[in-house]
Design a protein around this ligand. Structure first.
Ligand code: TEU
Length: 542
């Protein structure tokens, strides 16, 4: 009997295929490359992989612009290569989740080519088309996240089409049930090929309001720059008409019903909404007829993770979503790597990254880790000439885009380009990353890589950490303390996120749980826990 609940509390390792491993010497990662590196992920102790898009694509947004949902982009390999990745992952005990970009297609997708051909073809209503205003300007004030209006003019149809992202990513019209059916067929195609689940791109962008009302402006004090830079006018609007519409839930219910036809398929939806993110995660994951979990942006923001923030976010989530499930991440392919985003360069970065990753592995929810995070890679500092991301090119220099977190994975400091590729990689390998390559950290007890292995093993051994409830204890300053409970198991987790020593009184009845070789400064005596700088301590409550 497969475990239908495998996703709950799982640790999911995100692979960005262009930058993981090149197998054919073109400087771009591919599926055969992923195949050879799966043992690294298995040895880390992850439960699943999430592979960012590898489908046919003109690569305007590096694969998040799909021109054929049922085939592999030739630079990444073939469907046979994908089948080989799935087989090998399963042999190693890893589930495989793929990234479905259903909200929009590429403008090169045959559906869009047909749709733009006339106003009365069978797919004319598959995308969001609207007439110009009498003065020729776009139908309303909706904006693209990647800059400018969300509307692009199509000379042939003499109409505008909507795009939340690039103009090369036209938005599908989910109000048309044929569109929903076609996307569910795509989903079934991959389920039949043996995938275990999906990361669903931008699930709160599926529907738009058919009234095409203008979004209201946000007052400067209510603008939230947590998911995109302050220079982007997108963040100056309240997106009540172009995203996070209530209709999204109905599609998610259809999607879930399809997944439930398979033995143990699961989905994690990506919710990007700075204003009401946690509430949306709650709405989309409540009960058992929506997605299993949602990927929230709360810890992907520039706001440094603090004891207070951890407590606020987790308690708020429990309050709004008692039966919902979240998936937490500190880094991904869209945001500055957290080693640079949160840690000042003069700090003992490794010690800091150890305590916050131990915290991440102890949170209630599932966890995503992003390739290279286990090595502590900092954001690459790229020159303008190196940039490939259109979003970064558009908002340079205030915002440098997403290339700095997408540089190649570093495997072996003795090989050209750290073993990623013998050829010049599509983005450079920063010199400072070489000294952090996998070979330099493997088997070094003090390395961050070995710490990740220990923490994943620790989580895997304790059901309370995987599925348990969470309740916070009062603590001061940089210290965060909570208890995870599942069945008879109760584990107290204490973390010092700051550089000063701290002490807390716990009273009797808590005995230390050791993580062999963890090296944290944290001791207990007579009911008092002492935590050194970036220390942690775990205890079992009798
Ligand atoms: O990202 C959605 C999203 O909300 C991003 O625009 C995010 O706000 C931004 O990248 C932060 O810098 C998803 C994918 O993860 C992203 O790579 C794609 O570009 C985007 O969808 C469009 O498909």
């Amino acid at each position: 009997e497969p475990d239908r609940d495998w996703w709950r509390g799982a640790v999911i390792y995100q692979i960005y295929p262009r930058s993981f491993q090149d197998s054919d010497g073109d400087g771009i990662g591919d599926l055969r490359g992923i195949l050879t590196r799966l043992p690294h992920i298995a040895s880390l102790g992850a439960d699943a992989i999430w592979i960012s898009p590898f489908f046919r694509s003109p690569m305007a947004d590096f694969g998040y612009d799909v021109s054929d949902y049922r085939d592999v982009e030739p630079m990444f390999g073939t469907l046979d290569d994908f089948d080989a990745v799935v087989a090998e992952a399963h042999r190693l005990g890893l589930k495989v989740m793929i990234d479905l970009v259903l909200s929009h297609t590429s403008d090169a997708h045959p559906w869009f080519r047909e749709s733009r051909g006339s106003r009365d073809n069978p797919k004319s209503d598959w995308y969001v088309w609207a007439d110009a205003k009498p003065d020729g300007t776009p139908p309303n004030n909706w904006l693209s996240i990647f800059g400018g209006s969300a509307w692009a003019w199509d000379a042939r149809r003499q109409q505008y089409y909507m795009h939340n992202f690039l103009a090369e990513q036209p938005d599908l019209n989910f109000h048309n049930s044929e569109v929903q059916d076609a996307l569910l067929d795509v989903t079934r195609f991959w389920l039949e090929r043996g995938v275990d689940g999906f990361r669903l791109d931008t699930i709160n962008f599926y529907f738009h309001s058919q009234g095409l009302e203008d979004n209201p402006a946000l007052a400067p004090e209510s603008r939230d720059y947590s998911t995109a830079p302050a220079v982007n006018p997108y963040n100056w609007q309240d997106h009540i008409y172009d995203k996070s519409r209530p209709e999204n839930v109905a599609f998610l219910t259809r999607f879930r019903a399809l997944l439930d036809e398979y033995p143990a398929a699961a989905a994690v939806g990506e919710v990007g909404d700075a204003q009401r993110g946690l509430q949306i995660v709650a709405d989309y994951t409540a009960g058992s007829d929506r997605v299993h979990m949602c990927y929230s942006f709360d810890f992907l923001s520039p706001d440094k993770i603090s004891a207070e923030r951890v407590r606020t976010v987790l308690e708020e989530f429990d309050r709004v979503a008692s039966d919902g499930w979240s998936c937490w991440a500190f880094s991904n392919h869209d945001v500055m790597r957290h080693a640079s985003r949160w840690a000042a360069s003069e700090w003992d970065r490794t010690a800091y990254l150890k305590v916050i990753s131990a915290l991440l592995m102890s949170l209630r929810g599932s966890v995503c880790i992003y390739q290279g995070e286990e090595l502590g890679l900092p954001e690459a500092d790229l020159a303008f000439e190196d940039l490939r991301d259109p979003y970064g090119i558009r908002f340079w220099p205030e915002f440098k885009g997403r290339d700095g977190c997408r540089t190649p994975m570093v495997w072996d400091s003795h090989q050209p380009n750290a073993g990623f590729s013998p050829a010049r990689p599509w983005l450079p390998v920063p010199a400072e990353h070489l000294t952090m390559a996998v070979n330099t950290q493997a088997d070094d007890d003090n390395s961050l890589l070995e710490h990740y292995r220990r923490m994943l093993a620790f989580r895997a051994a304790h059901p309370a950490l995987i599925k348990g409830s969470i309740t916070f204890n009062d603590a001061q300053g940089d210290v965060v303390v909570f208890t995870r409970r599942h069945g008879n198991e109760q584990i107290l987790c204490a973390f010092n996120l700051g550089g000063n020593d701290a002490a807390l009184e716990l009273g009797d009845g808590v005995s230390p749980v050791s993580i062999p070789g963890h090296g944290f400064s944290g001791t207990s005596a007579g009911g008092t826990i002492k935590l050194g700088a970036y220390g942690a301590w775990f205890g079992r409550i009798a």
